[in-house]
Design a protein around this ligand. Structure first.
Ligand code: GLC
Length: 529
């Protein structure tokens, strides 16, 4: 657990700093079409600098039919007109760099839009040179799909192609055919995509679904999942033994890392929804930060969180850098999952853990999920498997900037409803409120930035019981105690020889109090001592 901090003599920007995910559709609309755009993000850059985040990860902005809101790319080397132009992108990048804010792109290598010219070619004839860029199979002996693999969004992962009488594989929607990463030309073309953006100056990528890039060469049937319960999405009724996380991924991901390493100081983040021990494989293959999504899934209980931190820290080698995620565009918002009061404690946890924190837009002001009436549902999962709460729209609603109409997100009709609470819960109101969640985020980010103990110091557990989780962070002679009360009752934290000064509470009131041997935490309070 005690990591030798010498390895971090020169920590990189993405290790010290906080990453912030922008969902461009919902950031800021500059042209009144109801959808956020690059000019809107440019307009808000000062806010991100003020907040103190080091890098902005932009969810996809490439040309796309938007069947999966940009995760169905029809051109990897341009910007969708909905968001702007390449020139506007360059201007955004330059402006961000001037403010010392980095920009990360979403890189979507596993699948593509069925409207992409490569796929249009591939499905035009069996002997087309692009055919092998995708995964085509003949029907099974009964005429049905070649195997039992399921699409994440429901139904078979195989789609029949009338014109050429074969099935193609799609891990997600049928409009998102999977690329065949066993084909050298695919590798070459997709490496070129990385270079295209690296040459423009982007600072790194969040790789979408890297675990899926290589599939079992024999396309064996997946085994049933004995732990499946009917409340889960149908996709989970099978174990995904053969369609993802294959050993041969090594070569592919190492290639990606080699490309990135030719450029200075860039970073590769990976969207890896796998148990912690499997994350280590992605570290070894060269992903700097395979996303650690465990806080999204665990119940908000001190003992579970303690166990999670200890397990993760125990698995990481000295060179492997931790990371933590509290929210993203695919899951319910943190303030909805654990409540507004605990969202403050969660901010404190996220921003005092060892490792790169990733923050999802709007979580810094406590935005909540916004229920979307079924008739307005936009996200495809909800439309394919209705009534299971699989829709992702509630966590993707427009950013709440101020109390003006539509929270000043747009002058038009927002593509998703703005939360009803926007008049109270918005950036402008919280920016000037010394006790707001936004102020807490900003202070935590600033504290973390100036204290090596907090961004790269060793992390040691102290206690966890059914109410409290506490750790220390140490670097040289600087030592911080972080104690978090995950309940709404008061608790007393006691430790012999403890002498310290409270420097931050989520309520932003009890500061500079000296403590001796014990201190009290109010309900929903955490303290940095
Ligand atoms: C990733 C994205 C998600 C998308 C899926 C398919 O999981 O985060 O939003 O639907 O990939 O591209």
């Amino acid at each position: 657990m005690d990591v030798d901090t010498n390895v971090l003599n020169a920590p990189r920007w993405w290790q010290i700093g906080v990453l912030y995910q922008i969902y461009p559709r919902s950031c800021m609309d500059s042209n009144g079409d109801g959808v956020g755009d690059l000019q809107g993000i440019l307009h808000q850059l000062d806010y991100y600098r003020w907040l103190g985040v080091a890098g902005l990860w932009l969810s996809p902005i490439y040309p796309s039919p938007m069947v999966d809101f940009g995760y169905d790319v029809s051109d990897y080397t341009d910007i969708d007109l909905l968001f702007g132009t390449l020139n506007e992108f360059d201007a955004l990048l330059e402006a961000a760099h001037r403010l010392n804010v980095r920009i990360l792109m979403d890189y979507i290598p596993n699948h593509i839009s069925d409207q992409h010219p490569w796929f249009v070619q591939a499905r035009s004839a069996r002997n087309n040179p692009y055919r092998e860029w995708y995964i085509w199979r003949d029907p099974a002996s009964d005429g049905g799909p070649p195997n039992n693999w399921g699409s994440v969004f429901g139904g078979s992962a195989w789609q029949w192609d009338e014109r050429t009488d074969q099935y193609y594989l799609h891990s997600f929607l049928k409009e998102q055919p999977d690329l065949n990463w066993r084909h050298p030309e695919v590798r070459r073309a997709m490496m070129d995509v990385l270079r295209f953006w690296l040459n423009r100056g982007v600072d790194g990528f969040r790789i979408d679904a890297p675990a899926r890039l290589i599939k079992d060469a024999a396309f064996r049937d997946e085994p049933p999942n004995p732990a499946y319960t009917p409340d889960q999405a149908p996709y989970y009724c099978l174990l995904h033994t053969f369609s993802r996380d294959q050993a041969e991924l090594q070569d592919v991901i190492r290639l990606l890392r080699c490309v990135v390493d030719k450029y200075d100081d860039r970073v590769l983040i990976g969207e890896v929804y796998l148990p912690l021990p499997r994350l280590m494989f992605y570290y070894e293959m060269g992903v700097h930060c395979p996303f650690n999504f465990q806080l999204l899934k665990r119940a908000w209980r001190p003992l579970l969180i303690r166990q999670l931190i200890d397990t993760y820290e125990g698995l990481l080698s000295a060179e492997q850098w931790p990371n933590w995620v509290l929210g993203n565009h695919d899951v319910s918002r943190v303030a909805t999952r654990i409540g507004v009061a605990q969202a403050r404690v969660a901010a404190m946890l996220l921003l005092t853990l060892r490792g790169t924190p990733t923050s999802y837009y709007g979580d810094e002001i406590g935005m909540l999920d916004v229920p979307t009436p079924p008739a307005l549902a936009q996200a495809p999962w909800e439309r394919n498997v209705p009534g299971r709460g699989l829709g992702r729209d509630p966590a993707r609603t427009p950013m709440q900037w101020n109390a003006q109409a539509h929270a000043r997100f747009t002058t038009g009709t927002p593509w998703l409803p703005v939360a009803e609470n926007y008049a109270q819960v918005n950036v402008e109101a919280q920016r000037w409120d010394p006790c707001s969640l936004l102020t807490l985020y900003r202070r935590l980010i600033a504290l973390r930035a100036r204290e090596p103990a907090l961004h790269s110091g060793a992390c040691a557990p102290i206690v966890a019981d059914d109410r409290l989780v506490a750790s220390t962070r140490t670097s040289g002679d600087r030592r911080f105690l972080i104690a978090l009360n995950l309940n709404s009752d008061t608790v007393v934290f006691q430790q012999d020889g403890l002498y310290g000064r409270v420097i931050l509470s989520p309520f932003l009131d009890q500061m500079e109090t000296a403590t001796n041997d014990a201190f009290m935490l109010r309900g929903n309070e955490g303290l940095v001592v």
